[in-house]
Design a protein around this ligand. Structure first.
Ligand code: 3PG
Length: 307
């Protein structure tokens, strides 16, 4: 019987685990659970003799991968796979996959919730502003970006998007305005919602010069990755511009400085909350277990990311 480890420092909802177990048992796979672990040695020990692994933002480092002698497949139940050492996976003949789209709605709803929270001054009792008739720039128009744009249209916002990997027509068919350059996006948008992955091209790319193009009363919403922000720049920008607000799903490294200096202009979640809904856990968890079974039984590699 093949063993599948679910290693989640931030656990799935109980219902998602039940559903995953049900599917695995029907097909004769054994599920091993490692939840809320506090040290990487626990993960290293747990992977020792499993055939497959489901993770969330858990770090599948070279060390973890090399400790997993029987491992054939890692599925990141979610979109971003910057937490997997893809070279190590490839060098050890391990297939790495994600489950794109499965948790997007949860992240998109959180982005909208954070926009409202910022517009209403973090619910501090002072008069805020409305989203209606404001401009929203979607930086990367993938599964989450598209959903954020479509939800924001319901609030009467004007939506712009920049995505160098998409054709203009694919963006415009939603009624979203596709801009030519990233600078144009920031110039036009009172709100920016970030949906870029963290990779060698994007890390620290959201910097002073770009953010300073935003009009007065600007808000940056980051439900992507903290690594894409240049943290020193954002402090300098918020010092120079007292109209600028920043909301982030997950605490940045410089959270203490931000919290101390920019009370009521800054908010962060204590843990990454975007995909933390029962629905997202169930969708991504079920997709992950099915992808593992289809890989073992049909050699289906549809969502492989280390090709
Ligand atoms: C993702 O990349 O899918 C999201 O950032 C969610 O990450 P999480 O599963 O760790 O909540």
């Amino acid at each position: 019987m093949k063993k599948i480890l679910i290693a989640t420092e931030k656990p799935f909802a109980a219902k998602a685990i039940d559903e995953i177990k049900k599917i695995a048992e029907q097909k004769n796979y054994e599920i091993i659970l490692l939840e809320k672990y506090t040290d990487k040695t626990q993960l290293i020990n747990a992977v020792a003799n499993v055939d497959a692994m489901i993770i969330r933002s858990d770090k599948a480092t070279k060390e973890v991968i090399e400790a997993a002698k029987n491992l054939k497949i890692i599925v990141r139940a979610g979109a971003g796979y910057d937490n997997i050492d893809l070279d190590a996976a490839t060098n050890n003949n391990i297939v790495a996959m994600n489950t794109p789209g499965q948790n997007s709605n949860a992240v998109a709803e959180l982005a909208i919730g954070m926009m409202i929270m910022a517009a209403r001054n973090f619910y501090n009792g002072k008069p805020g502003t409305e989203l209606k008739n404001k401009t929203l720039g979607i930086h990367a128009y993938g599964n989450v970006g598209r959903l954020v744009g479509n939800l924001a249209k319901g609030f009467g916002m004007k939506i712009y998007a920049f995505d160098p990997f998409l054709k203009k027509e694919d963006i415009q068919k939603d009624g979203t305005i596709a801009v030519e350059t990233v600078e144009e996006l920031y110039e036009k948008s009172q709100y920016i919602s970030l949906h870029i992955p963290a990779n060698e091209h994007t890390k620290q790319s959201i910097n002073y010069n770009l953010l300073n193009l935003m009009p007065k009363g600007a808000t940056l919403i980051n439900t992507a990755r903290k690594e894409v922000i240049n943290e020193n720049d954002i402090i300098k920008l918020m010092e120079d511009r007292n109209d600028f607000k920043y909301v982030s799903d997950i605490a940045p490294d410089n959270k203490d400085v931000l919290a101390e200096k920019f009370d009521n202009r800054y908010f962060f979640t204590p843990k990454k909350m975007g995909a933390q809904t029962a629905e997202a856990n169930i969708n991504a968890g079920i997709a992950a277990i099915n992808q593992i079974i289809n890989f073992f039984e049909k050699d289906d590699r549809t969502f492989q990311v280390n090709k």
